[in-house]
Design a protein around this ligand. Sequence first.
Ligand SMILES: Cc1cc2nc3c(=O)[nH]c(=O)nc-3n(C[C@H](O)[C@H](O)[C@H](O)COP(=O)(O)O)c2cc1C
Length: 190
Amino acid sequence: MEFEKVLVSRVSTRKYNDKMPSDEDIQKILDAALLAPIVHLHKFHLSVVTSKEAMNLAEDAAAEIFGAPDALIKMPRPYLYNAPVWIILSGKIHDETEAPKAQAELMNVNLFWDVGTIIENMELQATALGLAHCGINTTVVAMRGRPDVRKALDIPDGFDALASVIIGYTDLKIMERKVKPELIPVSYVK
Ligand SMILES: Cc1cc2nc3c(=O)[nH]c(=O)nc-3n(C[C@H](O)[C@H](O)[C@H](O)COP(=O)(O)O)c2cc1C
C-alpha cells in the first residue's frame, strides 16, 4: 500500500472477527516498532499477547476501574474489543534512584515521545498489511497496582505498562479519511 493511502486508511477499529493475523505479519509489526525513532536512553519491552485467559485478567482489572458505578470515565467491556492480538509496550519510567528529580522528569518526557512513535509505527504497519488496530489505554492504566496482571502479561520486573495496541481483522469497511484542519491549529513563523 502506498504511504499516503496508509495514512488516510489508518483508523481506530473497535470490532474484530476471530481471524488470527499470521506470525509473519505480527513480526512485521514488531519490526516496525523497532524502526521507530527510539532514543537509546530508555528500556522497553514488547509483550505479544494472544492468550484469552491473560486478556480476560486485564479486562477484569479494567472493569474494576471503568465499570465501577462511581467511575469518572465509564466504559463498558470488552476493553480489548475481542481482538485476537494485544501488543503491550512496557518500559522503565525514570525516577530519582537514577537521576535528580528534574532530570528524571525530562527523561520521561523523552520516553513518552518514544512511546508514541513506537505505537504509531505499529499502527501504520498494521494498516499497510490490511489489518485493523486500536490504541488501548484502559487495560494499560488498570495494571497500576496489579503485579499479578503485569506478571500474567510478561511485563518485566520494575517495568510499567506504557501503551498498547490491539491488532486483528475486521469485517467493517474502512473508509478513507479526510484531513481535518480544525484538529490542530497551525502557525507559520517565517
Ligand atoms: C494514548 C491513546 C490511548 C487510547 N486509548 C483507547 C482506549 O483505551 N480505548 C479505545 O477504544 N480507544 C483508545 N484510543 C483510540 C483513540 O480513541 C483514537 O485514536 C482517537 O479517537 C482518534 O481516532 P482515530 O485513531 O481513528 O484517528 C487511544 C488512543 C491513544 C492515542
